[in-house]
Design a protein around this ligand. Structure first.
Ligand code: ATP
Length: 442
């Protein structure tokens, strides 16, 4: 089986309308990407799947959608103003910039190959800043684009406790944009300056944090299995002493084997009472929680699950891609998306256009719209139409022919096995629903 490479993914994404370079007609903007008609569907499906998994399937997790811009003191309290920086070095010859912890400083420059040395590492804060209101020039109205969604959750902890009926242990989940002025952006949508995160902060009683940390580690790795991601492509990486963030008691990354190697996909962090204590200190507000059973008052400990949404898109694309050699030597490119994630679930394809067959196909496609994301295509040989659908990961193709007119049945073709069965139109929705539920990658 041919290896999936980043070049192949980038090319397929561009060709089929998943991901485009930002501002491409102006030569592009480095570290920013746009999601095209299929990409936005895939991204939304991943987001919806996460949201359902993390909120609706629990009775103790609620959602939030906080503003991207927050009071600047939030970022002082969180430690981002002082600590959210990476060490940066410049090549003395070509002036290219690198993260000092991502290259070997004793080797030649990865950009120009020069053996001249690099500058001394200096800390570079990753937060984008701007000014609120028309006055600028000093730092009095400085404001940041959030570098993570988590702080919106901590800042609203009191609001949520007071206005919803949550009781500890409980979680608050949020999906949204985050911005980081990354020193080096590469590997397509893996590391970008604007990206989306899916985060959940789970508030627990101090002393119960280790139990919940284990629970969330287990739960989050199982989630990827449900999503249809191959198990041997995922692993845990525990942070060593020198990797742990200043607030963390313990931390594990879930890593995925991307085309460029094993890299972080999601972090599970035991954050103690660091965040709420700091916000209580900086805001002067009481952020303790009162347990109305025991009458105990305490600042909860926090277990965080922090996944990248746009990075998950890259994971799903990488995991799904296959160049399959068929009998006879033909090669088909097929994206094995889980049916819940596929941008198009069902394609409806008339075998002939005449004698009312195309109209019948259009009617069937309209019928299916209420239940699935559909696509109608009547142009080209059927084999080519199947290939087009395989390449965008459409799990089911329905073909309409003369027999459909006679006996009200259609041909249903499965993407992974390419098996074809005859199904009555009346049963199409339930057959597809069942196949979705039972889906295992073929
Ligand atoms: P790194 O050390 O690689 O810069 P991090 O450990 O600082 O990343 P976190 O702050 O833990 O990352 O962010 C949580 C998640 O958000 C990551 O696991 C990743 O999926 C996503 N993420 C972080 N930075 C970026 C980025 N620049 N582009 C895309 N996704 C990102």
């Amino acid at each position: 089986m041919a290896e999936v490479t980043m070049e192949k993914l980038v090319s397929l994404c561009k060709r089929r309308g998943f991901v485009y370079q930002s501002s491409e007609i102006y030569g592009g903007l480095s570290g920013a990407w746009d999601y095209g008609p299929l990409g936005v569907e895939l991204k939304n499906n991943i987001k919806d799947y996460w949201w359902k998994e993390m909120t609706r399937l629990h009775d103790n997790i609620v959602g939030l959608d906080a503003a991207i811009m927050m009071h600047p003191d939030v970022w002082k309290a969180s430690g981002h103003v002082d600590n959210f920086s990476d060490p940066m070095v410049d090549c003395k010859v070509c002036k290219a910039r690198f993260r000092a912890d991502q290259i070997d400083l004793n080797k030649p420059c990865p950009n120009c190959g020069s053996k001249e040395s690099f500058t001394e590492p200096r800390q570079f804060n990753l937060m984008f800043s701007t000014h609120l209101g028309p006055v600028s020039g000093d730092d009095s109205n400085i404001i940041y684009l959030r570098p993570e969604t988590a702080q919106g959750i901590f800042a609203n902890f009191k609001n949520v406790v007071q206005t919803s009926r949550v009781k500890i242990p409980f979680g608050i989940a949020q999906v949204g944009k985050a911005f980081r002025n990354e020193i080096t952006t590469k590997n397509f949508i893996f590391r970008t300056v604007e990206f989306e995160q899916m985060e959940m902060q789970f508030f627990v009683k101090p002393g119960e944090d280790e139990k919940w940390f284990e629970y969330w580690k287990e739960s989050r790795i199982n989630y990827y299995d449900k999503l249809g991601i191959r198990k041997d492509k995922l692993r845990f990486h525990r942070h060593g002493e020198n990797e742990l963030a200043h607030y963390a008691k313990d931390a594990f990354d879930i890593e995925f084997e991307f085309p460029m190697g094993w890299q972080e996909l999601e972090g599970i962090h035991s954050r103690t009472d660091f965040d709420l204590s700091r916000h209580a200190e900086f805001s002067g507000k009481d952020l303790t929680y009162l347990d109305d059973q025991t009458r105990e008052r305490f600042i909860p400990y926090v277990i965080e699950t922090s996944a990248g949404l746009t990075r998950s898109v890259l994971m799903v694309l990488s995991d799904a891609y296959e160049e399959e050699t068929l009998e006879g030597g033909d090669v088909r490119t097929v994206m094995h998306f889980h049916p819940e994630l596929a941008p198009v679930t069902v394609a409806v394809l008339p075998l002939v256009k005449k004698d009312g067959i195309a109209d019948l196909a259009k009617d069937i496609e309209k019928e299916l719209r209420g239940d699935f994301s559909t696509f109608y295509d009547q142009s080209g040989a059927i084999g080519r139409r199947y290939r087009r659908m395989d390449e965008i990961g459409t799990p089911y193709c329905v073909t309409i022919d003369y027999q459909t007119k006679d006996d009200k049945t259609v041909t249903l073709r499965y993407r992974d096995s390419m098996e074809q069965i005859r199904v009555p139109i009346a049963e199409l929705t339930s057959v597809i629903r069942k196949a979705n539920k039972e889906y295992r990658r073929g």
